[in-house]
Write a protein of this length. Sequence first.
Length: 255
Amino acid sequence: MARLLRVASTSIRRRLFASIAPIPVPKTITGLVLWLKADEGPDQTSDGSAITTWADQSDEGNDFTQSEPSKKPTIETGELNSLPIIRFDGDDWLQADTQVFDTAKKYTIFAAAKSPGTFGSSAIILGSMTGSSGVMLAWHGVYENSIFGSITGYLDAYHRDLSADTWHYLTLTVDAVTDTDGPMSLRMDGSLGANGGPSTDKARGANNANTATGGTVSSSLELTGDIAEIVVYDSALSSGDVTTIEDYITDKYNL
């Protein structure tokens, strides 16, 4: 009888532990304000379907939406390590109904994104923009086929001479409240980029545009390219936390 009770108890414990889902890696770090991933969150899952909503997987409810049919990106299945991605055709964008991260404060943005087939002008991966004013992580062809982080039109941190149609993992960190000699740092595939910010302060608090991906409602910064995942924190993460999220992205997408 005692043996039967031990066996039953062990079986119950195994079922209990198996039913407890592990905490997703991005949620193990404090300050998660946005988590968009193509394998969970889009309101459509069929290959080539236009999406109206890309639901935020953080606990903040910062869903990105698009109601105009001609402006909706599509979900494409099996594109990156057998996982889906979101494709923007140069006239698509999704937008939150708020400014997801305060552009006057510190923050960290991670993304798994594919460089455009043809580099044009600025093409937003994520940004809070009014015209050319604001903050963005974007591709740019004019500046020698680059990926850059920008505050109010300046190339504050960047990697140049990139190949087209290539997947990268990106980390943009802002660790200052004003832009003195480039407070941004931009890592691409684990490598730190150059810094090109001006030597004088420029305020960032004035911009209050809603955050968008793939472009913006108020400017011609549309992306022709693919995005698999975006993760945003409302602080400048430590090097250890940066490595944790970069490892999560590289392991997931085999980058």
